[in-house]
Design a binder for this molecule. Structure first.
Ligand SMILES: Cc1cc2nc3c(=O)[nH]c(=O)nc-3n(C[C@H](O)[C@H](O)[C@H](O)COP(=O)(O)O)c2cc1C
Length: 143
């Protein structure tokens, strides 16, 4: 089974998670939506990942969901967000993933994220605030 991991990041947490996820999934393709626009047709699984600001997932992923909603409904989908406030996670998912896509999803998860304005500097631990065990458990659904 092939997977596409399509993500948008600003400070890097979502990209770190995408890389760990891709290492856990044997036949996966990593794609930064801010750089590439892949053809989703050829993949069995589509995993969308985005960081969150002010309660909203990043716009390129928001727009992608809006534009491809019908096609995504016929795909086996996973979603993850990177955010710092666990108490807000349910609300963010509710407000950013359309109800029909949410219902049809295989898995939706928050992998944690960096504190606002405290993304790790170069050389520091890039996984600070990220729940790697959740990424591993999430990946089990896409094998
Ligand atoms: C301006 C700003 C606003 C943020 N708003 C939220 C928020 O509403 N809820 C939340 O849980 N995290 C919020 N965060 C934390 C980010 O979601 C977190 O830093 C995450 O790692 C961002 O993903 P990225 O590193 O892939 O860009 C915010 C961070 C910044 C800098």
């Amino acid at each position: 089974m092939t997977s596409l991991i399509l993500y948008a990041t600003k400070t890097g947490a979502t990209e770190q998670c995408a890389k760990i996820l891709s290492e856990a999934l044997p036949d996966s393709t990593l794609c930064n939506i801010q750089i590439d626009k892949p053809n989703i047709e050829k993949f069995d699984y589509i995993i969308l990942g985005a960081g969150v600001r002010d309660g909203k997932i990043y716009k390129p992923i928001r727009d992608f969901i809006k534009k491809n909603q019908n096609e995504l409904l016929n795909k086996q989908m996973g979603y993850y967000i990177c955010n710092e406030k666990p108490k807000k996670t349910e609300e963010i998912i509710e407000q950013n993933i359309p109800a029909d896509l949410k219902k049809a999803a295989i898995c939706i998860e928050s992998f944690g994220g960096y504190k606002a304005y405290a993304a790790p500097k170069e050389g520091a631990d890039q996984l600070k605030g990220i729940f790697v065990d959740r990424i591993k458990s999430f990946s089990e659904h896409f094998k």
